[in-house]
Design a protein around this ligand. Structure first.
Ligand code: SF4
Length: 376
């Protein structure tokens, strides 16, 4: 991987997370895991692999000081297993202390610039996305949900930041892009730094959980936090990076851009079953070869289903890995087990999510009122 290759708007997966750390200065998470009383599955399984200034959040939790967790999710459709990972991290880091507040940006400006979705379309999708994250465990009493396009504080910060960056600086971070994407990047920096405005309780530490490919946004926001420190008192935002889950086709990351190889939280269990049973695997060409050489979980999206989301516990993930690499487990039976786990999970999730639709709308209204009255 070379500098500039991380594309927050692309589909490719990251091949070498170690090099990503050395090229971009992302620090490993592993030495900090023991500081968490009850590490999340993402932490204990190494799915959250990198961080910047995570100790700032750990210290806020240890000292019972306020902090925020902020991330934006594009409302381009139903949550899928890739977006679920960001949502899971938001829920987990909020849960660490009663002083943790989540800011969830519905990234409709980015969805318009990058995917061409109208603001009317994205507003309909967003309520269901919010119900999904509530069903995943978000505490609505310590959460603020807003639309990027509606939030004047974000727009103002984006406008202020536009005077502090040059075309060359954006090109160095993102490569040659259309102006709309550069603009959405400035608004994203506004999203990341907004929780530090005094009228919203800042300055305070802010953690941004994202996929590894989103690091360019973090670098821009940290750079801007330093440039505008004197004016706003910004603390450089902290970040934690999760590995990118493989699409069921096995080649790219799981993303809305590859619909046929996507598993969404809205999928009917029978559709999820069909997708899993036809998924790419790291298996060998013949049963004899698989028994002799073992499978390759590192390139297998079915293994990702276990490790990233649906395994019963860490021991279960280790068992699947062991049985796969030793040729004890064959892909057909492995897929059937995964499909069963996904089916039970989806059935439960659908029930919870449907029951939370009104709460989602209430949270969006409450957040709008809170943000519009803040500082008045
Ligand atoms: Fe993937 Fe399971 Fe086959 Fe191993 S046995 S390659 S984990 S499907």
């Amino acid at each position: 991987m070379v500098k500039g290759e991380l594309d927050p708007w692309g589909t490719s997966s990251v091949k070498d997370y170690g090099r990503l750390q050395t090229e971009f200065g992302i620090e490993p998470v592993a030495p900090l895991v023991s500081r968490f009383k009850k590490p999340s599955p993402h932490l204990s399984r190494g799915i959250d692999f990198g961080q910047r200034d995570l100790t700032r959040i750990i210290e806020a939790v240890e000292k019972n000081k306020p902090y925020a967790v902020m991330s934006g999710i594009k409302p381009t459709g139903d949550f899928h297993l890739g977006t679920k990972m960001t949502a899971d991290d938001m829920v987990y880091f909020q849960s660490l202390s009663k002083k943790g507040t989540v800011f969830y940006a519905v990234a409709d400006v980015e969805a318009y610039a990058d995917n061409g979705l109208s603001f009317e379309q994205t507003s309909k999708i967003a309520a269901r996305n919010v119900a999904d994250i509530l069903a995943l465990g978000l505490d609505p009493d310590r959460a603020v949900v807003y639309f990027q396009s509606e939030e004047l504080k974000v727009m103002r910060l984006g406008t202020v930041f536009s005077r502090g960056v040059t075309n060359n600086m954006l090109k160095a971070i993102y490569g040659e892009r259309q102006i709309g994407l550069y603009m959405s990047a400035l608004y994203q920096a506004g999203d990341i730094l907004m929780p530090q405005l005094p009228e919203l309780g800042g300055p305070r530490p802010v953690l941004v959980p994202v996929g590894a490919d989103q690091d360019p946004h973090i670098r821009l926001a940290r750079d801007l936090a330093a440039r505008y420190k004197d004016e706003y008192g910004f603390i450089p935002p902290s970040s934690i990076y999760h590995r990118l889950m493989l699409s069921l086709g096995g080649s790219d990351k799981m993303s809305k851009r590859s619909e046929s190889t996507l598993l969404t939280l809205e999928d009917a269990p029978k559709d999820a079953n069909r997708k899993i049973m036809t998924a790419f695997t790291g298996g060998r060409d013949t049963v004899e070869e698989q028994r002799r050489l073992g499978g390759r979980p590192e390139i297998c999206p079915v293994y990702d289903l276990y490790g990233f989301h649906f395994a019963r516990n860490d021991e279960h993930v280790k068992t699947v890995y062991h049985e796969c690499t030793k040729g004890i487990r064959l892909c057909g039976e492995c897929k059937m087990e995964a499909a069963g786990l996904v089916k039970s999970w989806l059935e439960e999730h659908h029930k919870r999510r449907d029951a939370l639709m009104n709460d989602a709308r209430e949270l969006m209204t409450k957040s709008r009122d809170y943000l519009s009255s803040a500082g008045k």
